[in-house]
Ligand binder design. Structure first.
Ligand SMILES: Cc1cc2nc3c(=O)[nH]c(=O)nc-3n(C[C@H](O)[C@H](O)[C@H](O)COP(=O)(O)OP(=O)(O)OC[C@H]3O[C@@H](n4cnc5c(N)ncnc54)[C@H](O)[C@@H]3O)c2cc1C
Length: 330
C-alpha cells in the first residue's frame, strides 16, 4: 500500500545536486538529533533545483516540508509521513555587488557573516554563530545581539510553488519581517536567494566584534556538537523574556526522560542522553508552558518548529498556526 510519503509517482528533474533518500531518519538532519524517518528526503542546494523539485511536489498530493540545516526543528519520533526537501549546502555561493552580498538561500548564514567580515563589510556581524541557512534566517527573521535579518535584507527571491511561475523579488517590507516572523510560512513562500545591503567597515574591528559574539555564545549556549538542541525553544512574549519567565516559574531544573532545560540558558531545551525521545522534549516544553501560564497567565509560543505527529499530548492550538512554520499532525 502506498504511504503519504510515497514518491514513486512523481517525476523529479535530473539535477546533479539532487539527492533522493527514501526512508531516512530525520535525526541525522537536525541539531536536536531527534526524529523518526521521513517518506523521503530530497536534498539540493541550487535555487533552480529547489524550484523544480518544489513545483513537482506542489503539483502532487504528497505532504511535504522544506528544511535547511535543521537547527530550529523538533521532529516527532514517528517521523514525517511525507517528503522533506532539504535546501542546504553547496559551499560558499556568495557574490559581491558593491557593498551588497548576494547569496543562495542554501548557504550557511555564518559562512556569509565570515565572508562579510573578511571583506570588511559591516551589518551582518550580529548573526555570528547562528546555525542554519540564509533561507530559513530570512523566513524567520533570525536575530541576535540587537540585530536582525530585516535590518540588512535588500531583497529575497521567493518562490511560491503553489502559484508556479518564477521566483519573485521581495523586500523586507513585502514579506512583513517582524520579531522572528515573516509572512512566508503562511503564504507558502520559500527563499531561494537573498541580498544583504552592507556598509564599508573596518576589517579588524569587525573580526574582534565577531570573536566577542562567538565567545559570548559559547558561555551562554550549549555546544550543539556535545549537547543537541534547537536554540531558544520559546519566543519572547512582547516586552518579556521567556527565559526569565521560566526561571521565575520555578521550572529551571525540571526534566522529562532524557530532556532537560540547558544549564547555560533557561529557554533552551536539550537532549541529555541517547535515550531521549522527541516526546520527552515536547512533554517538557508543555510542562514549562503550563507552569508559566499558571504563574503569570502568559501562554508561551514555540520558536522551534514542530514537524510530524506528537500524539494526544495537549499541544495548545496556537502552537499549530501555519504562520509558525511547518507544524503537521498531532
Ligand atoms: C545553538 C543554537 C543557537 C541559535 N541561536 C539563534 C539566534 O541567536 N537567533 C536566532 O534567530 N535563531 C537562533 N537559533 C535557531 C536557528 O539557528 C535559526 O532559526 C535558523 O534560522 C534556522 O535555520 P535552519 O536552516 O537550520 O532552518 P530549519 O531548522 O531547517 O527550518 C526552520 C524553519 O525555516 C523554514 N525554512 C527552511 N529553509 C527555508 C527556505 N529556504 N525558505 C523558507 N523557509 C525555510 C522551515 O520550513 C522551518 O519552518 C539557534 C539554534 C541553535 C541550535
Amino acid at each position: 500500500m502506498a504511504t503519504a510519503g510515497d514518491i514513486s509517482g512523481l517525476n523529479f528533474p535530473s539535477a546533479a545536486d539532487l539527492k533522493i533518500e527514501p526512508g531516512v531518519r530525520l535525526q541525522d538532519y537536525t541539531t536536536f538529533r531527534l526524529g523518526g524517518a521521513a517518506g523521503a528526503v530530497l536534498s539540493c542546494h541550487r535555487p533552480e533545483t529547489l524550484c523544480a523539485v518544489s513545483r513537482t511536489l506542489a503539483g502532487g498530493s504528497t505532504p511535504w516540508v522544506i528544511i535547511g540545516a535543521g537547527s530550529n526543528l523538533l521532529v516527532a519520533d514517528s517521523g514525517f509521513d511525507g517528503v522533506v526537501v532539504r535546501f542546504f549546502g553547496g559551499g560558499s555561493d556568495i557574490r559581491r555587488e558593491g557593498n551588497t552580498l548576494v547569496v543562495s538561500g542554501a548557504a550557511a548564514l555564518d559562512a556569509v557573516v565570515r565572508c562579510a567580515v573578511e571583506l570588511g563589510l559591516e551589518g551582518l556581524v550580529f548573526a555570528s554563530g547562528i546555525p542554519g541557512t540564509v533561507g530559513a534566517a530570512v523566513a524567520g527573521n533570525s536575530g541576535a545581539f540587537g540585530g536582525d535579518i530585516g535590518g540588512v535584507l535588500e531583497w529575497a527571491d521567493v518562490f511560491f510553488p503553489e502559484r508556479g511561475g518564477e521566483p519573485q523579488r521581495m523586500t523586507a517590507r513585502d514579506i512583513d519581517l517582524a520579531y522572528r516572523y515573516s509572512r512566508l510560512p503562511a503564504d507558502g513562500g520559500i527563499v531561494v536567494r537573498a541580498a544583504f545591503a552592507l556598509r564599508p567597515g573596518e576589517r579588524e574591528g569587525l573580526a574582534a566584534q565577531r570573536k566577542r559574539i562567538l565567545a559570548e555564545r559559547s558561555l551562554h549556549q550549549p555546544d550543539i556538537g556535545r549537547t543537541p538542541c534547537a536554540g531558544s525553544f520559546f519566543r519572547n512574549p512582547e516586552g518579556l523574556s521567556a527565559a526569565r519567565l521560566i526561571e521565575a516559574a520555578g521550572v529551571r531544573n525540571i526534566r522529562r526522560g532524557g530532556a532537560a532545560v540547558s544549564r547555560e540558558h533557561a529557554n533552551i531545551l536539550v537532549k541529555v542522553d541517547e535515550e531521549c525521545r522527541a516526546q520527552d522534549v515536547i512533554e517538557l516544553a508543555l510542562d514549562i508552558y503550563s507552569a508559566v501560564k499558571r504563574r503569570f497567565g502568559v501562554g508561551l509560543l514555540p520558536e522551534v518548529k514542530l514537524v510530524g505527529d506528537f500524539g494526544d499530548v495537549g499541544i495548545p492550538p496556537a502552537w499549530r498556526s501555519r504562520a509558525n512554520g511547518p507544524v503537521c499532525g498531532g
